[in-house]
Write a protein of this length. Structure first.
Length: 278
């Protein structure tokens, strides 16, 4: 009974931790209501996010804050510690005997999984978000080229095109251009800063093209069309590579089934031969 009670209390503590992590932190509330121009200093959550392995670019491309990342890591660590205790406690209460070595292995495996899973999940989601951003960026460049071919100015073309879509690139670029309208920075620096912050090289390359088009009179429309075509070709190559890799992985179960089938057919013959010699 004591093991069951310990498991129940551990589960209750985990639920309380999850409920507390869902509430907005004091740092987020203060940052939300802080006046413009106030210098922000790195808080405890930022330091913890760096210590816990959160990449600022991965968090930025997913639209997450340092507090969100710290909460996810803390929840994962708490679940990794509590889950095996709950399972082992319920098993002991039900009468199942677990050896100390097995219990230790289960506990260590759960802790390692709870510590590493949030970081791996963050990296995989950030990679998928960058792929989606590149896909929508090629469409955005086509729209900008159409605006420029129609006689619109550079500022008007980039701003109007960012308001025509709802993809990740459209949302990020629209927010950056809206901020530029207030700060009055050059257009190319917006894309350069955005590409550096999100670690998307295509945005940095776009910044170079926009800078050349604005300062040296280069043919920006043809450059954008060629860049969008090259991005789509690269995306198709990546999709084909992933499809080929998936096809190869699908062949492994078929090979395993074929080997099992051969063993199933050959075992009676081998057994008869062995018995005949015996």
């Amino acid at each position: 009974m004591s093991a069951v009670a310990s498991g129940l209390f551990a589960a209750l503590g985990t639920l309380l931790i999850l409920d507390a992590c869902r509430r907005p932190s004091l740092e987020r509330l203060l940052r939300r209501h802080a006046p413009d121009g106030v210098e922000e200093h790195p808080g405890v959550s930022s330091v913890l996010a760096i210590r816990l392995g959160g990449s600022p670019a991965d968090l930025a491309v997913l639209g997450l804050t340092d507090v969100d990342h710290v909460n996810r890591r803390v929840i994962g660590i708490a679940i990794g510690f509590v889950a095996p205790l709950v399972v082992l406690g319920l098993g002991a209460g039900a009468g199942f005997e677990v050896s100390p070595i097995t219990g230790l292995l289960v506990f260590v495996s759960s802790v390692v999984l709870g510590v590493s899973w949030p970081e791996r999940r963050l990296v995989s989601r950030a990679t998928a978000a960058r792929s989606a951003l590149r896909a929508s960026l090629s469409a955005y460049l086509d729209l900008v080229a159409i605006q420029l071919a129609g006689g619109a100015g550079m500022d008007t073309a980039f701003t109007a095109a960012s308001r025509l879509g709802t993809g990740p690139a459209f949302v990020s670029i629209a927010a950056a251009l809206e901020e530029r309208r207030v700060t009055r920075v050059p257009m190319w620096s917006v894309f350069a800063e955005l590409g550096e912050r999100l670690e998307v090289t295509e945005l940095s390359d776009l910044a170079s093209s926009v800078k050349l088009g604005g300062e040296h009179g280069a043919r920006l429309t043809a450059s954008l069309v060629a860049r969008a075509r090259a991005m789509r070709h690269r995306q198709m190559s990546e999709v084909e590579a992933k499809a080929n890799a998936s096809t190869e992985r699908m062949g492994l179960p078929m090979v395993a089934i074929f080997i099992g089938f051969l063993v199933l057919l050959g075992y009676p013959a081998v057994d008869l031969i062995n018995n005949g010699f015996a």
